[in-house]
Design a protein around this ligand. Structure first.
Ligand SMILES: NC(=O)c1ccc[n+]([C@@H]2O[C@H](COP(=O)([O-])OP(=O)(O)OC[C@H]3O[C@@H](n4cnc5c(N)ncnc54)[C@H](OP(=O)(O)O)[C@@H]3O)[C@@H](O)[C@H]2O)c1
Length: 242
């Protein structure tokens, strides 16, 4: 029970990767706060299952995020780990430039980049008081390679990777900041991406897409580490090699 007594906030934890991250931390003894913006029933169910609390907040909304962080700290007495997992996208072929409206840019950057910033900034004063505090950003291979569900999504994850490095440099030695960059993961988000899943199964060294568990394990590693900071840990079954 290596995370006993540690307070962990997982954003976007009502399904997929975030849900599994919340479960794994709870299995290892952590007090877990489960966040989502609309799926409150699913989020409450995850929170009940992991013995934690549910906090509804849209991470794009700075005031809502500040209230959420206060709620978590009031409930758990502090904050040790933040997993910035909440994210959004639109599936838009990269050559369909007209489909990428300003609203699409604002929505995707507003959640994936600015939302992650809101959560991190509000959490930092509390993390500074914790031992081996860390922020873990769930990024994407799309932020490293010229692929991804849309250009704004890929750009947002590239921005998130650099935010990870910039904050790691700024916040050390008090707080470590790292990211996990998954390739394709089997979650509700990608449930109907059949052709891409087949493609990944054919071309990547590991011949399969990731499970949420594969990514949760990487998050646990980054939380456990006492020295890793500023890393973008690619966990993609070798997809980046092809
Ligand atoms: N699945 C993949 O292949 C893959 C690959 C690389 C990276 N990722 C990244 O992994 C993360 C999780 O994705 P997933 O595949 O697990 O998707 P998912 O199952 O659809 O889960 C997304 C979670 O984020 C929450 N969310 C979305 N917008 C939010 C907001 N503005 N504020 C708070 N919560 C919000 C969702 O709940 P609500 O909708 O109720 O808010 C849900 O809990 C994302 O950052 C994604 O970019 C996924």
């Amino acid at each position: 029970m290596e995370f006993t007594g540690k307070a962990v906030l997982v954003t976007g934890a009502s399904s997929g990767i975030g849900e599994r991250v919340a479960e794994r931390f709870a299995e290892l003894g952590a007090l877990v706060a489960v966040n989502s913006s609309t799926s409150s029933k699913a989020g409450e169910a995850v929170a009940a299952r992991v013995g934690g609390i549910y906090c509804r907040a849209d991470i794009a909304d700075d005031q809502a995020v500040r209230s959420m962080i206060e709620e978590v700290v009031a409930a758990f007495g502090g904050l040790d780990v933040v997993v910035n997992n909440a994210g959004t996208t639109r599936v838009i072929p990269h050559d369909d430039l007209d489909a990428v409206t300003d609203a699409v840019w604002n929505d995707i950057l507003g959640v994936n980049v600015l939302g992650t910033w809101h959560v991190s900034r509000a959490a930092i004063p509390h993390l500074r008081r914790a031992e081996n505090a860390s922020i873990i950003n769930v990024s994407s291979l799309a932020g490293l390679k010229t692929l991804g569900s849309s250009i704004p999504y890929a750009v947002s994850k590239a921005g998130l990777n650099h935010m990870t490095r910039l904050l790691a440099r700024t916040l050390g030695p008090d707080i470590r900041v790292n990211a996990v960059a998954p390739g394709l993961v089997d979650t509700p988000w990608t449930a109907d991406w059949h052709d891409f899943r087949t493609h990944v199964g054919e071309i990547t060294p590991m011949r399969r897409s990731a499970t949420p568990d594969d990514i949760a394990e990487a998050c646990l590693y980054l939380a456990r580490s006492t020295f890793a900071t500023g890393d973008v840990l690619v966990v993609d079954g070798g997809h980046h090699l092809v």
